[in-house]
Ligand binder design. Structure first.
Ligand code: FAD
Length: 389
């Protein structure tokens, strides 16, 4: 294998390029990204960057890195077609031949059909964050559509900067897809304590020149509206090339699509959860980077092990660092320990641990979950002491 092409120069695409070099790949690596400039990390876009405006701090590697590592970075170029028979990707009149192709195309904002939504701003790219920062340079009333991680992180920063913030969430609780009801309540209190108004069970029905309208007819006055209602995976390339797509590009437990010359990773990939086997798509730095490392090892013949990394995630909101180890479904049971950690259970099995400002328990949980299933009865008997089970 001489030529590896990676489409998507984000967190996972860059990691794949770096891992391939580290694992000894001597052929050509071409990393193609639609966004202009160097690959950067997105998590600070809704956190530190909104306060500091320091774009250089977001760069994952300096420009000298690419020449030094002999990685051809092609930025500002959107790939529009995969030719699986000819083994090449096309971007306008340019084409890039591959022996193996890695799809790392990430996600884009979900745009619900809300009249006037084009008045709302996004927070997905550095360009979006730059635009948001500019409008926050004087006191504003901000409305946020969506009480998930990104909307709430933005809300916390904006409230901290003295803006008047209102969050509208359609579900009955915050971050409902990913955290327990206990943790949703805790964060509801946190946001209300810093002065943010939160409306639950309040789908937004319209974005106007003066703010947003909620389904019960309430009008929220706002100068700035942020759309943070979730994302959709970028799968069009894969779908047009005849690859299987089902809420993401479908891959096996080695992150290979049904085409042995094409892998997919990160936010755009649906893979079998190593614990339950159910198809999952994760939107996290951890998944993107661990996927990339596994694909590199597989391509370099260093390991053919299936993907088995324990998922983990973090979110910074005001002075609270929420960390999640493992993967729970919304219906998993939740028990709160004496130290405030929330323990999630799928039947008798520990599925996830949610902590706030408690890095020690989070790290222990990641380590312990990597060691195999943790039994609920044993854990409760040990008063949630992970080192004892
Ligand atoms: P991305 O990093 O999104 O990269 C995909 C790239 O592919 C994009 O640059 C896109 O332009 C490019 N692309 C797509 N299609 C094409 C094409 N046809 N041709 C060329 N290029 C293409 N995760 C956490 O774990 N913790 C956090 O606190 C956290 N905070 C976040 C805050 C924000 C504001 C955002 C937006 C995300 C956050 N995330 C967080 C999620 C995390 O950034 C993603 O999970 C991670 O970036 C996924 O990496 P990826 O490589 O799969 O996709």
């Amino acid at each position: 294998m001489d030529r590896i092409v990676i489409v998507g120069a984000g967190q996972g695409g860059l990691q794949a390029a770096m891992s391939l070099r580290q694992d000894g790949f001597a052929g050509s690596i071409t990393l193609i990204g639609g966004e202009a400039g160097l690959p950067y990390q997105r998590p600070p876009l809704s956190k530190a960057y909104l306060k500091t405006g320091d774009a250089d701090a977001l760069r994952l590697r300096p420009d000298t890195f690419f020449a030094k590592s002999d990685i051809t970075l092609v930025s500002g170029v959107w790939v529009d077609r995969i030719d699986r028979v000819g083994k090449a990707v096309h971007a306008g009149d340019r084409s890039f031949a591959y022996d193996h192709l890695i799809l790392a195309t990430g996600t884009r904002n979900l745009r619900p059909t809300i009249p006037g939504l084009d008045r709302a701003l996004d927070l997905r790219t550095l360009e979006d964050a730059l635009r948001l920062r500019r409008v926050l340079d004087s006191p504003r009333r901000c409305a946020v559509i969506g009480g998930g991680f990104i909307g709430l992180e933005f809300a916390a920063v904006a409230a901290g900067l003295g803006h008047v913030v209102t969050v509208a969430e359609a579900a009955p609780r915050l971050m409902s897809r990913v955290v327990s009801p206990e943790m949703s309540d805790r964060f509801l209190t946190l946001h209300r304590d810093v002065g943010t108004t939160v409306h639950l069970e309040s789908a937004v029905t319209q974005v106007t020149d003066t703010g947003i309208m909620l389904m019960d007819g309430t009008a929220i006055a706002a100068d700035v509206t942020l759309l943070a209602a979730g994302v959709v995976p970028n799968t069009v390339l894969a779908q047009d090339a005849g690859l299987r797509v089902d809420n993401g590009i479908v891959v096996d437990d080695r992150l290979l699509t049904e085409d042995p010359a094409i892998s997919a990773l990160g936010d755009c990939a649906v893979f079998p959860d190593p614990t339950t086997g159910r198809p999952v798509r994760l939107e996290s730095v951890q998944a993107a980077t661990d996927h990339a490392r596994l694909i590199s090892r597989r391509l370099m013949g260093k390991s053919d092990d299936p993907y088995a990394a324990v998922p983990w995630f973090w979110s910074d909101q005001a002075d609270a660092k929420l960390q999640i180890a493992g993967l729970a479904t919304p219906q998993d049971e939740a028990l709160t320990g004496d130290d405030g950690a929330v323990w999630r259970f799928a039947g008798d099995r520990l599925s996830a641990v949610e902590t706030v400002n408690d890095a020690r328990t989070h790290m222990q949980a990641r380590k312990r979950l990597a060691g195999g299933p943790v039994d609920r009865t044993a854990l409760v008997a040990a008063r949630f002491d992970l080192l004892a089970v």
